[in-house]
Every structure is written in C-alpha cells, then in structure tokens.
Write a protein that binds this ligand. Structure first.
Ligand code: PMP
Ligand code: GLN
Length: 390
C-alpha cells in the first residue's frame, strides 16, 4: 500500500485529544484540553436556535453572512479603533483554525520562509510545511517567556514571507508587550513581510494589561491578518466560527484557500455570533474578570500543592514547574501519572516545542482553568491528597 502524505504522516494525534482520551479512560478531572465546562451566553444560543428554525440553512456567501462581517468590522472599531471595510477586509471561517490555515495557504509559496515563535499552537507548523514553507523557529521559554530579540531578528531574511504571532499566547499565557510588538513590526516592515496574528484570546487578558493587536501599530494595517474566534470569545469551542480581518489583498489571498477548504460556515452560527459581537461592554469585560478569578483560584491551590506556578497573563492556561514535588520523570510521564494516579489531567509542555523535551523543557505541564469553581476545587483536593500540601 502506498503511504499517505509524508509530512502529515509524521504527526501523531494531537496532544489535546490524547490527554482528553486518557482523562476519560481514567475518569480524571480534565484540565488538559482547553474548553470551558459550561456553555456560553443563553441569548446567543437562542439566536442560533431561532436562525436554525427560520432558515435559510443553505450555503451562505463564501466570505460570510453580511451581518457577521459587519459585526466583526464594528468590533474592530469598538475595541481597537480600527477602520475596517466589512466587504473587502473581513472573512468568516470555520474556526480560527481554518483562518490560520487559509492565511498560510493563501500567502506561502514553496520555499518561502516563515518565522514561528515556540511554544507553538499545534496546527501552525504542519500547515506551513504542507504549504511548502520553510519554518524559522525562535523560542520563548519558561519561566519568563522573554522574547530573544537578536535571535528573532536573525530569523528574518529576504525570503521571509510572514511571521505567525499568537498573543495572548497559548500555551505560555504570555501577552506580548507594546515594545515587543513594535520590535516585531519593524522586522515585518524591514523585510517586506506579513504577520498572521492569532488573537483568539483577545478578550482574555488579566491584571489590567491591554491586548494590543499588531495590526494597530504604524505600518501594520497593510501587513497583518488578525484572527478571532467565537469559540473563545463566547465560550463555545464546538461552534468553530472564526473571523479574519486584514488588508483587502491579504484577505483576498486567504479567501482563495478558504473557498477550497470549507467554502463557508453554518449560517445559523454566523448570525448568532454576529449578535454576540454586539453584546454590551460588560459582557466582554466580565469574560476576563471571571476567568481571572478562576486563574487566581487554581493558582492558589497549585501553589499550596507545591508546584512552582508561572504567571498567567492571558488565555485560560497556566504553566507549572513540577520539580518541587520531587517526581522522578519527564513531563510526559508526569502528565500520565497526574491523570492516572492523581486523577487530574494536564498537558505536557514539551508537546509545544519541536524536538520535544530537548533544551531542558521537560518539567512543565499546562493546566486549563476555564472550569466551574467546584471542579477547580475538586482538582486541587485530588492533587492535595495525592501530593500533599492542601
Ligand atoms: N489558536 C489558538 C492559539 C488556540 O488556542 C485555538 C483554540 N484551540 C485556536 C487557534 C483554534 O480556534 P478555533 O477553535 O476557533 O478553531
Ligand atoms: N486550543 C485548545 C487547547 O489548547 C485545544 C484545541 C484542540 O483540541 N484542537 O487546549
């Protein structure tokens, strides 16, 4: 039998699926894969139900229903004072995952270089490689996630087509500062490159830190595709509604890929997300406030158990160093031990770096805290009775 695609064939099942399956098998509390354990706002669900019943349920336009494209443009103005033409600068996709793939496939020619910052969200590299792109990897590392400016500059060349930027960043929970973004913007301009900005956690930023889209920096409006996700903003990860905003030429390029990937996205969900983006400021504010309280709750517990907890500035993830617990083994072994013996699933952090646990990244795991308080407390109880401390 002839083998399937060799690049994709190199990749196993994603670590999120693997850890969720292990959690189910051992009836562990799943703080691994990132998904809320309660659904998003009832009014948005009601709009989706109504739109389903009212129809039409046929193919919506390739670029997305006008209501949602207008809502995305208005959202950009409202939160970031960006002037966006909804007809030429917004594209709706089936999840941010598809927006990312469409941007990469739409921009990359074989041999083009792309700068990626590890730890990496899982889909970036396989899609880039499949498009024929040549990855230039730069690392930020726990506990400080400091951006190595010289290495970043050295990763750019005249062959650089784009940089992938994820801020707030999954899994590190790093929020890039204005200085870092300015440095990146200068490189993008200097090398006549683009930036694909994965900003799915744009409303999940803590401690009064601002989220700054790279696209709002001088010279960047022409060079960025900025990506959002209803899954994160409305806590409905199963909906898979994403949206890209960018200069008309960039959106047109990404649309060439989108039309062959999914062509479109369910119309009822698009209409409900359009409604959701119009919710009042309180909604968007309380998303971060509620999750910050959950972060603090889990962090306090993890701290008591004895982990070294790394600052979580945004997203709904927190990374811990488990060495103080005295476990003998790497992060993959520890995650398994956590799930099977302590009853709490997490994600081994080395999964987010190429080469896995090389360079000493072998003693960190990521926990997810977008969960009911009672579940977070139950997780801490389990960890406490297993490791002590609580
Ligand atoms: N980018 C990052 C950094 C994510 O964490 C996620 C969520 N899994 C996605 C993209 C994908 O978002 P969606 O579910 O909308 O495809
Ligand atoms: N974004 C989620 C996480 O980081 C999972 C996405 C997925 O399972 N593909 O956990």
């Amino acid at each position: 039998m002839k083998p399937g695609n060799t690049i994709l064939g190199e990749y196993g099942t994603t670590v999120f699926t693997v850890m969720s399956a292990l959690a189910v098998e051992h009836q562990a509390i799943n703080l691994g894969q990132g998904f809320p354990d309660s659904d998003g706002p009832a009014d948005i669900l009601a709009v989706a139900a109504q739109a389903t019943n009212d129809g039409p349920n046929q193919y919506p336009p390739l670029m997305g229903v006008p209501e949602l494209r207008q809502a995305v443009a208005t959202h950009n103005k409202r939160f970031y004072d960006m002037d966006v033409d909804w007809q030429s600068q917004v594209m709706v996709t089936s999840g941010a995952t598809e927006s990312i793939a469409a941007a990469i496939l739409g921009l990359i020619n074989p041999g083009d270089e792309a700068v990626l910052i590890e730890p990496l969200y899982d889909s970036y590299l396989p899609i880039l490689r499949q498009a024929g792109g040549v990855p230039k990897l730069v690392r930020v590392e726990p506990p400080n996630w400091e951006l190595p400016l010289d290495e970043l500059a050295a990763a750019f060349s005249k062959k650089t087509k784009l940089i992938m930027l994820n801020s707030p960043m999954n899994p590190s929970a790093k929020v890039f500062s204005e200085e870092e973004l300015t440095f990146i913007a200068r490189l993008v301009e200097k090398y006549d490159a683009y930036a694909v900005c994965d900003e799915v956690y744009e409303h999940i930023v803590y401690d009064v830190r601002p989220h700054i889209p790279l696209m709002t920096l001088p010279g960047m409006a022409e060079r960025c595709i900025r990506i959002g996700s209803a899954g994160k903003t409305f806590s409905m990860t199963g909906w898979k509604v994403g949206y890209s905003t960018g200069a008309p030429d960039l959106i047109a390029a990404a649309a060439k890929a989108h039309q062959f990937l999914t062509f479109t996205t369910p119309p009822n969900l698009q209409k409900a997300v359009a409604y959701g983006l119009g919710k009042d400021d309180d909604y968007f504010l309380s998303l971060g406030v509620d999750l910050q309280a959950k972060r603090d709750r889990l962090v306090a517990g993890l701290d008591k158990v004895g982990f070294d907890v790394i600052d979580s500035q945004g997203t709904y993830f927190v990374t811990v160093d488990f060495r103080p617990l005295g476990f003998n083994g790497d992060d993959v072994k520890f995650s398994k031990h956590l799930t099977v013996d302590a009853g709490v699933a997490a994600v081994p952090f080395s999964a987010f770096y190429q080469g896995g646990a090389a360079n000493g990244i072998d003693h960190f795991v990521r926990f997810c805290y977008c969960k009911q308080d009672s579940l977070l407390d139950a997780a801490i109880d389990k960890l406490g009775s297993h490791f002590g401390g609580v």
